[in-house]
Design a protein around this ligand. Sequence first.
Ligand code: PLP
Length: 338
Amino acid sequence: MKIAQLVRPNILSLKPYSSARDEFPGTEGVFLDANENPYGVLNRYPDPHQAILKQTIANEKNLSVNQIMIGNGSDEIIDLAFRIFCEPGKDKVLVCSPTYGMYRITADINNVEVVDIPLNEDFQLNTQLLLEVAERESVKIVFLCSPNNPTGNLLKDIDIVLRQFEGIVFVDEAYIDFCSQKSLVEKLDEFPNLIVSQTFSKARGLANARVGMAFGAPEIIEFFNRVKPPYNVSGINQKAAVDALKDREGFKRNLYSILSEREKVIEALKKLRVIKKIFPTEANFVLVQCMHAGDVYQRLIEKKVIVRNRSTQIPDTLRISIGTPEENRLLIKSLKEL
Ligand SMILES: *Cc1c(COP(=O)(O)O)cnc(C)c1O
């Protein structure tokens, strides 16, 4: 597979910006090269290559630094994928609804057509149809989200798509730490067309810091680094991400709490008459179907409990994030009172 054949011609020939820190990467000296203010604590530009963060992630995940790209949240990574591979007004991508809304929004912003091959009633891929359509329509990127948002389940046939589809397979693993399956990061060497995205926003508890990760073959990652704005992740946020990775105990403790609370919330929801169906989940949220979801949503707001109404995507559904034990108790109490 030739990745370069999938890349937009203008990106193939793009000469990336060379920052002051690219031209003099040393750390010793009097720095009068970047028009920074000499006073203050946040006065210097951050490392555009995010070297310390990437090395920490590489050690953690057993990868090399050239397989890692850091984005301003995974939303930036999704946007960069469009800008690298999709010619506006010409190329197409494929999504499987119901799924994360940012793939379509980002496609619309980039003027790229979206082909939708909806998930089946078990929220699994229509794999054969997906492959047929992807080939017929010369799709550039297939977006797969596993565990999927807002349904919460893992997708089973990603391997088949990776083997048979000739374009880019972008697998969004925002919720991978909450689930029972291993990350596809382990298969990067096997699949040169695979991009895996992960984030510090969910299991790592850093949604405010906006740090996302893309993993892929060095050839793909090189294009991401070529196109990204040089200082796309602040130094404060790079450090926050490094600290989060070092805090193994805190990570395990929070993850354990969220997972055990998830089971408690599900058990409590099962006993409520208003809840008609609880969809299986491998994420830090649970999708439920209920009678008059719109009303339930509004009445929960009156009780100061805010959930996400997903009824436009799947009829009469609410997506409920797992909170602290106290927050979850308030959710269940409020639902009981309805
Ligand atoms: C929350 C979420 C993300 C995270 O996006 P960030 O920009 O990294 O905060 C990515 N993908 C999916 C499917 C999500 O639900």
